[in-house]
Design a protein around this ligand. Structure first.
Ligand code: G6P
Length: 469
């Protein structure tokens, strides 16, 4: 069996198996961010192909060596839909939905994490670097260290890490912290997430923490140093710049505007259909602006792309019903024969179409109630090579820490959100340009390559310096 010097372990492979046995890109920001990193590193990627009971041999795809993990229908239900997305996801997003604590789901989470650790252990070369990703695999760092003490192990947490008062609800709070602390470096999106993690470690495990360092006791009576720090993730900014300059994509942007009836302004929302994204708050604000007569469907259309996500998990089914009811009501009340209030698309689109949409949109609405980073905000900014367009961005998205030149909003404050949307719609070109230039500078300087280099440099250093004491 061939081994790799660099291994990524994530719940999903970068490609998903589709209904007719082909491959399509996997959903979400994690894969979008890591793919370009992996392509350069020439390593192996351990993950699930997105369908239950699929047994596949390792294979090469688009310059990457992919190592598929089989999840049975039962694993999908308990480890993925249950513990990952009905326990951890809502808990870590500040209980916007109520987390469900089921012992059987936890058992399944443990055993699937073991399976990922086994696969990573068998594909990693002696002394290799293994980079574990996200909340579905929080136990893998420690399991992997037990199996392969020779490895350098990094972990990156793509979603928020909650305040201790919430984290403390988790019945398995110690095991999860111990699992994560198997890594040499534990990366978070925001400084606040790293702080919340360090506090949980102090409160639960009583380990000593100093600046970003955590002293982790070991079985032999010694200890090692783990680093818990913020490394805000980013996108392949140059790729978006190139796409945004392509003639066919610019033509498509104009075509989209025409297809929508050439409204004066297009507002855009792009999200996985998830209750953390604040899609209802956005629609409520927009609907009220129409009701108040502050905006009119003759002039303004909201395009909402909501890509299907986790469709068998209870709160996601409910959310879909609520959103579709809201869209129907708003459109029913305000549409005319020629104009629609909300163009709602429950679909996923290829990247080219997304860039055309970004170019067509005058105002991008990112109203997340809680979001690890939100890469859509960065994609919009990178695509605006014309230095036009307005980003309305929630303070509760990690991206707000870096993108201070956006119009920052509190999505819970509907009155404030309405005022900001109105301001964005009427913002003069000069102010748009000033803000957009500052946003673009940040995203282009701090792209996904800089992110992975920062993380991997810290990992390299920690693995040399961290050692035993
Ligand atoms: C977020 C998570 C990722 C996840 C993605 C898509 O970006 O941080 O770990 O892969 O959502 O969700 P899904 O459940 O479809 O993998």
């Amino acid at each position: 069996m061939s081994t790799a010097e660099f291994v990524v372990v994530a719940n999903r492979l970068p490609v998903d198996r589709d209904a007719d046995g082909g491959w399509r890109p996997s959903p979400g920001g994690l894969v979008a961010a890591l793919e370009p990193v992996m392509r350069k590193a020439d390593g192996a990627w351990v993950g699930w192909a997105g369908k239950p009971d699929l047994e596949l041999e390792p294979f090469d795809n688009d310059g990457m060596h992919l190592v598929p993990i089989t999840l049975t229908a039962d694993d999908v239900e308990q480890y993925y839909e249950g513990f990952s997305n009905d326990t951890i996801w809502p808990l870590y997003h500040d209980v916007i939905a109520a987390p469900r604590y089921r012992r059987a789901w936890w058992e399944s989470y443990v055993s699937v994490n073991e399976r990922f650790a086994d696969a990573a252990a068998s594909v990693a070369a002696q002394g290799a670097t293994v980079w574990v990703q996200d909340y579905q695999l929080q136990l893998v760092p420690r399991l992997l260290r037990e199996r392969r003490p020779d490895l350098t192990i990094g972990y990156f947490h793509h979603i928020p890490f909650p305040a201790y008062g919430l984290y403390a609800q988790l019945p398995w709070r110690r095991q999860v912290l111990e699992g994560l602390l198997g890594a040499d470096v534990i990366g978070f999106q925001r400084v606040a997430d790293a702080g919340n993690f360090a506090r949980a470690v102090r409160r639960q495990l009583r380990y000593e923490t100093k600046a970003s360092g955590i002293r982790v006791p070991e079985a032999d009576g010694g200890s090692r140093l783990a680093l818990a720090k913020a490394f805000p993730i980013s996108i392949d900014a140059e790729l978006y710049v190139e796409l945004a300059q392509r003639e066919d994509i610019r033509a498509r942007a104009a075509e989209i505007r025409a297809e929508l009836g050439n409204p004066k302004k297009i507002l855009l929302g792009v999200d996985r259909l998830d209750y953390t994204k604040g899609i209802r708050h956005r629609m409520k604000a927009f609907g009220e602006l129409l009701e108040d007569g502050r905006l009119s469907v003759e002039d303004v259309t909201l395009v909402q792309v909501a890509s299907p996500s986790r469709e068998r998990v209870g709160p996601y089914m409910q959310l879909r019903d609520e959103i579709e009811l809201t869209v129907g009501r708003i459109n029913g009340d305000y549409d005319t024969m020629g104009h629609t209030a909300i163009r709602y698309l429950h679909q996923a689109f290829p990247r080219e179409e997304m860039v055309a949409l970004y170019l067509a949109a005058d105002v991008m609405l990112v109203t997340a109630l809680r979001d690890g980073m939100n890469l859509v905000a960065k994609e919009y900014v990178a695509s605006r090579v014309d230095n036009r367009g307005v980003l309305v961005l929630s303070e509760f998205a990690g991206a707000a820490d870096e993108l201070g030149s956006a119009l920052l909003i509190n999505p819970h404050d509907i009155g404030g959100l309405k005022n900001t949307i109105e301001r964005a719609v009427h913002m003069p070109g000069a102010e748009q340009g000033r803000r957009m230039r500052a946003l673009r500078r940040r995203v282009r300087e701090h792209d996904v390559e800089a992110w992975s280099q920062d993380f991997l440099a810290a990992l390299d250093e920690a693995s040399h310096a961290g050692g035993h004491r």
